[in-house]
Ligand binder design. Structure first.
Ligand code: GTP
Ligand code: MG
Length: 240
């Protein structure tokens, strides 16, 4: 089966419905199916807004967002979202067991599928140390998890759906460099397209392309090697 999950932005402009200022202007880039794209940029530069346009949490006002070559506004919402795993910046876990939290987006997932997702998300071993393992209740009425453990649990939640496109919004921020790179290597193995918002230059090592955003615009894009040669800003981030 041919790889799916190509994402392309064509001169995308976007403003929130309650506002008349563009938060994204003239954004163009493309990620081929199976590629990893890292998105960097200062706070408020539009990274979360950009990701939200892919599953159509909002729609582009100008230009188009294409998924496998099709304008995503022309796709049935359910068909579009079925192939996307979205890990938001604000992690949301509920009071329930670990297994329930992971299978939240795919109720019929088997325990094997849940475990497989947890292993890939580098959280399985932690779960096995909990009092009731996958049956341990977490959240307000159960055990507390650290920030990084919550992040990996919510990544497992996205993986259990076996997405063609994986959107990670700054959700590896609490992971140490080693855990994060093990995670990214696992994800690479899944050959899904990954758009990873990150503040950490270490996360861009595995990326095919890096996008540098500033104030709703794309300042630069290219491989690590290209940006080291062409972008003073990227060099500055790298050296800091
Ligand atoms: P960080 O997550 O802090 O790194 O920022 P970001 O790069 O993800 O920026 P984001 O896309 O969240 O915001 C871009 C701009 O859109 C900012 O100026 C926000 O104030 C604005 N914005 C974000 N969400 C909303 C919203 O729901 N309504 C309106 N009107 N503006 C918003
Ligand atoms: Mg954000």
């Amino acid at each position: 089966r041919p790889l799916k999950g190509a994402v392309e932005f064509r001169q995308v402009g976007f403003r929130y419905p309650d506002s008349d200022v563009n938060v994204l202007s003239d954004i163009s880039f493309s990620a081929r199916a199976g590629e990893t794209l890292a998105i960097m940029g200062s706070t408020g530069s539009g990274k979360t807004s950009l990701l939200g346009l892919i599953p159509r949490l909002y729609e582009a006002d100008e230009g188009a967002v294409l998924v496998d070559g099709i304008d995503n506004r022309k796709m049935e919402l359910e068909t579009l979202r079925r192939q996307i795993g979205y890990v938001p910046q604000e992690i949301m876990l509920f009071s329930g067991t670990v297994a329930e939290n992971i299978s939240w987006g795919k109720r019929d997932a088997s325990l094997d599928e849940i475990k497989d997702a947890a292993k890939r998300a580098q959280i399985h071993e932690t779960i096995m140390k909990l009092p009731l393992q996958y049956d341990t209740v977490i959240g307000q009425k159960g055990v507390n998890l650290s920030g990084g453990q919550k992040q990996r649990l919510s990544i497992a939640r996205a993986l259990v759906r076996k997405p063609a496109i994986l959107l990670l919004d700054d959700c590896t921020s609490a992971l140490d460099v080693r855990t994060e790179s093990a995670l990214l290597a696992e994800l690479k193995d899944l050959s899904c397209t990954i758009l990873l918002v990150t503040q950490k230059i270490s996360s861009t090592a595995n990326a095919d392309t890096i996008l540098l955003m500033d104030d709703g615009r794309l300042l630069a894009s290219g491989s690590h090697h290209e940006l080291m040669q062409n972008s003073l800003l990227y060099q500055r981030i790298y050296e800091s």
